[in-house]
Design a protein around this ligand. Sequence first.
Ligand code: SAH
Length: 379
Amino acid sequence: MEKISLNQPAEQKVLKGINLIEKGDLPDNNLDNTWIELQGSRGQFLAKGYLSAQNKGAGWVITRRQEELDLAFFVTLFQMAWNKRQAYHAYRIFNQDGDGFGGLTIDFYDGYSVFSWYNEFIYSQRANIIEAFQKALPQIKGGYEKIRFKGLDYESRHLFGQEAPETFTVLENGVCYQVFLNDGLMTGIFLDQHEVRGSLVDGLAAGQSVLNLFSYTAAFSVAAAMGGAAETTSVDLAKRSRELSQAHFEANHLELDHHRFVVMDVFDYFKYAKRHDLSYDVIILDPPSFARNKKKTFSVAKDYHNLIAQSLEILNPKGILIASTNAANLTISKFKEQIEKGFGSQAHNYVQTYRLPADFQINKKDESSNYLKVFTIGI
Ligand code: SAH
C-alpha cells in the first residue's frame, strides 16, 4: 500500500475526524484509484484510505486504526450499519394516553414485552388486553407484568407466552445493555434515555473523563466508554449497582482498568472528590425525583441547584454537565431555574436539549406527559 505524508494542516484535519481528502491535502503525486496509508508530518501512521478523484474531493480516510481493509472489514462494516438502523432493540411500544389509553405502558425487549399496570381498573381488564395484544402482535414471544399501584402482594411476574432468560442483552446504537425482566420494577435500563446514551456513544465523551452520578447500572458510563471515554466513574448508593454495572461493561467486552464503581451517597462523593483533588471533563446528573438517605431528603424541585453547584466544583475547565430529570411535576422552565440557580455567576451555554424520544408518544396537550428533560451544558 502506498504511503503518503501529509503536511501539518492536513494532518490536523485527519486528526479532527474529517474523512474527505482534498487535492490540497496531498503532496504532488500521480496516484489515483488506489488504497493509501496516510502518514503524519513526523512520519507516524495516521490512517488508511483510498484516493479516487470525484466531483468534490480526491479520496477518503476509511480507518484510523492499523486494520486490514479486507472482506472481514466489509462484513463488520455492514453489520454495524445494520445494527445502527435497528437503532433500538428495546423500546416503548405503547405509552399511556400518548397512545390513546392512560394507565398502561408496554415495553419491548428484543422479542419480549413488559406490561406496566398503573391502576387497579386497567389491571382488572388485563385478560382482554393481552388477548388483543397477542392478536395484533403475534411475533412477540412472551410478556411480563409490573404492578405500579398499591394493594397486590407482588410487583413483577411472568404474564404469558415464553419466558425470557433471567438476564440477556439488548442492542442500542451498537452498545449492549444487560436487562432482566422479572426482578422488581426496574429492568436494568431506562428506555427513555436512548438519545442521551446515543450522544455519549457518538463522540460527546471521546477522550474525556466521565463522572456518572446516580448511575444505577452505569448505562451512561457504558455508553461513554463505548464512545471512547478515557475513564469513567459511576456512583450509586445501592450496593447492587456495582455488580450490575460490571456486568454491563463485561457485556461489551470492555476492560475495567479505567472504569470505577463507587457505592456511596452522591453528596458524600462530592466531599470525597474534593478531598482527593479529583475532577472530571463530563459530569452526568440523573437523580430520582425524590430520595431519602439517612436523615436527608432530596427533591429535584427544591435541591437540583445544589447538585449543579457541587458538580461545578469538580468540573474541569471547558467541561460539560449533563443535567437530567424525569420529574413530571417540574416544568422545563422550573427545571431551568434550578439549573440557573446552581450556576450562579459561572458562565455557561446550553449545547443540547433532549426530551422524550419518539417511541415515548406523549399527549401533546399535557405538558406533564413529556416528563423527561435533559440539558447538555458547557462551561
Ligand atoms: N442514571 C441512571 C438511572 C438512575 S435511577 C440510568 O440512566 O440508568 C436513580 C438511582 O439513584 C438509583 O439507582 C438509586 O439507587 C440512586 N440514588 C438515589 N439517591 C442516591 C444518593 N443520594 N446517592 C447516590 N445514589 C442515589
